[in-house]
Design a protein around this ligand. Structure first.
Ligand code: PNS
Length: 159
């Protein structure tokens, strides 16, 4: 059985992430979307449970996708779960340097390759951090995140 792993912070999941999940689900028997427990970034907007919840909510149409979390090294989680390949979306050349370095480190540590899927052009400007910033200041994020996520952002910043 071919298992793919899509890791990330998903704070929150965007339509760009969802597109990569849908496309990966076509090529693999099982897809694990793994949310990092402690993003190394500044304070997360959503808790781990909220981030996992939103991903579950927006992937109900993808029966071979399951959501999990990990802490520590990604490759340790990958090995424990019998993962055949890590899958990442690539938005632009600016993503490439760091992604290449991580892919090479991960294959050196574990032998597990990373496959890159080009982000759909309509999502190439999207990032969770920009979505958070736009939503924080009351901007319209319709079309950038699934409607359930837009609602959660609205509620979060209404406080
Ligand atoms: O959505 P993000 O924040 O860009 O995801 C980054 C993530 C979680 C994929 C990356 O930081 C990661 O893999 N962290 C786990 C720690 C690890 O394995 N580090 C070595 C990577 S070469």
């Amino acid at each position: 059985m071919a298992i793919a792993l899509i890791p990330g912070s998903f704070d929150p999941v965007t339509n760009g992430h969802l597109d990569i999940m849908e496309r990966t689900a076509r090529y693999f028997d099982e897809v694990i979307v793994a949310v990092i427990r402690n993003p190394q970034k500044s304070e997360a907007l959503f808790t781990l449970e909220e981030r996992e919840d939103m991903i579950r909510d927006v992937t109900t149409h993808l029966p071979n996708v399951r959501v999990d979390f990990f802490k520590g090294l990604l490759v340790d989680f990958a090995r424990k779960n019998g993962v055949g390949a890590i899958v990442k979306g690539l938005r632009a050349v600016s993503d490439f340097d760091y992604e290449l370095q991580m892919a090479q480190m991960n294959v050196a540590l574990s032998g597990i390759d990373t496959l890159f899927i080009p982000t759909a052009p309509q999502h190439s400007f999207l990032s969770s951090s920009l979505v958070r910033e736009v939503a924080r200041f009351g901007g319209d994020v319709t079309g950038m995140v699934p409607s359930q996520v837009a609602q959660r952002l609205k509620e979060r910043f209404a406080k």
